[in-house]
Design a binder for this molecule. Structure first.
Ligand SMILES: [Zn+2]
Length: 479
């Protein structure tokens, strides 16, 4: 007995020592302490203001496109960036989507794609009075540039153009061919990006690194981590909505039967809400946890993150406590629409509801359908796909790939003491289409704690504009 106890004791001691060593030796990688950024070009801020003043809103109805404004936006970029228009070849796809090709000196390297979209979501009429600046004024105050679209996504487009124009003025020729791809309808159909990728596929084009909007830098709400975290998007969750319908003869509300269509449907929804899909740690999120582990200042959290081989389920379990981290470790299911009833004294014959799901990489809309069907387990509930919009999870970019590493290196060069980590995107971007023509799609713009997306007071720090300019400059220079 004594011998068994001492063997167990030695094992426990050995394991604790191993865990301790893994925790203590897990040190942050060496960052550049001093970051010297290039100043913004002289007219950059004026250009950004002008871009905001052009209301390139995408309406829900694509036939209500404000063609005149989109033509004016084209004229504006032609005037503001003369060297780009002189030296790069522009291809126009479906009226307002642009591909600018900047020929590199080495045709043996696959081209790099820098993407952005310049359409913006409309400003809510009723919310204008809540803004602290004119939504389309392009005002510059309190170290910010204000206005709809300044973050999403004119920050990228104007920064890419400023970086390219500046390098052209210096007589620079890139080694790698660079394509600047600008879409005009990301906020609605995204048809522009699809059309551009179809054009590339028709011409047998393949790409190296593709950089689009998505990941950013956050300094707020980073539990136990003091350094800024730059999240580089490496994949997107899928999207599917299921329609649940219950049908049962209705009638007069004075003589109700035991179960109504509303009861049946409510039961079904309650089952789905009470039985979330099982958690799963996907490769990008595991890599994310590993990337941030060394920076955690809470010893026990750091210990768990440094020893995922042992604490994986505990870490995943704690992630399910917060909606934003829960969404990273499971395919989510949530009721978003419930329809039934016409009058207070009529028992309705039909009740229907939508369950929206965001699907983890490695799973599929079919798995979601099967899971919901099995969970509800009631043949009286009809379950169908909502056909308007549906997309499977995207493939993910490997964090050990040269594409990810290249962006990581540049982010470290422009943001002091930054933690760089991969991220799974819970929303969709235009870059999803490019995964058919590139293995190296990443989503990142160096914006810090950016606020006002699709809402009031959309604004960008001028210092972030400078970071964006430097980010694209380094990419263009082949860093
Ligand atoms: Zn966007």
């Amino acid at each position: 007995m004594k011998r068994i106890l001492s063997v167990v004791g030695i094992l426990v001691l050995g394991m604790s020592t191993f865990i301790g060593i893994k925790t203590i030796t897990n040190k942050p990688s060496n960052n550049l302490k001093e970051v010297n950024l290039l100043a913004l070009p002289e007219n950059a801020i004026t250009h950004m203001s002008s871009a905001i003043q052009l209301r390139t809103e995408t309406p829900n109805d694509e036939y209500q496109f404000d063609t005149a404004t989109f033509i004016n936006y084209r004229k504006f970029i032609e005037t503001a960036y003369p060297l780009i228009h002189k030296n790069l070849t522009r291809t126009i796809i479906d009226s307002f989507n642009y591909i600018y090709e900047w020929k590199g000196s080495d045709p043996s390297i696959l081209p790099m794609v820098l993407m952005a979209h310049y359409d913006v979501v409309p400003v809510e009429e009723s919310a204008i009075k809540l803004w602290n600046a004119k939504p389309y004024g392009g005002e510059v105050k309190d170290n910010y540039i204000w206005g709809r679209g300044v973050l999403d996504d004119k920050s990228s487009m104007i920064s890419i153009l400023e970086a390219a124009e500046t390098q052209l003025a210096k007589g620079f020729t890139p080694k790698q061919t660079i394509l600047l791809c600008f879409g005009a309808d990301e906020e609605s159909s995204g048809k522009g990006a699809t059309a551009m990728v179809n054009y590339f596929k028709k011409n047998n084009k393949k790409f190296d690194l593709v950089v689009d909007e998505g990941g950013e830098i956050s300094t707020e709400n980073n539990k136990s981590i003091k350094a800024p975290i730059a999240s580089i998007g490496v994949g997107e969750k899928g999207y599917v909505t299921l329609v649940l319908t219950a049908q049962k003869a209705g009638g007069h509300s004075s003589i109700p039967a035991e179960h109504t269509a509303i009861d049946m449907l409510s039961n079904a929804i309650a089952k789905v809400s009470q039985n979330p899909m099982p958690t799963k740690l996907t490769a990008p999120i595991e890599a994310y946890l590993e990337s941030i582990s060394a920076y955690n200042e809470n010893f026990f959290d750091k210990m768990k993150l440094s020893n995922l081989w042992l604490f994986k389920s505990s870490v995943v379990n704690s992630m399910t406590k917060y909606p934003s981290s829960n969404a990273l470790v499971r395919t989510t299911l949530v009721p978003t629409v419930f329809n039934s009833g016409v009058r207070d004294n009529v028992i309705p014959t039909f009740a229907s509801a939508y369950i929206n799901s965001r699907i983890l990489p490695g799973q599929s809309s079919k798995e979601v359908y099967d899971y919901v069907t099995k969970t509800i387990n009631d043949t009286n509930i009809k379950i169908t796909y909502y056909k308007n919009y549906m997309t499977e999870p995207s493939p993910t970019t490997n964090v050990n790939s040269k594409y990810y590493k290249r962006v990581e290196k540049i982010v470290r060069a422009i943001v002091k003491d930054v933690v760089v980590a991969p991220m799974l995107m819970v929303g969709a971007t235009d870059s999803r289409n490019y995964r058919e023509v590139s293995e190296g799609v990443v989503n990142f713009t160096p914006l810090t704690d950016a606020k006002g997306y699709h809402g009031i007071d959309e604004r960008m720090l001028i210092s972030d504009f400078q970071k964006c300019f430097n980010f694209y400059t380094l990419l263009i220079k082949g860093e």
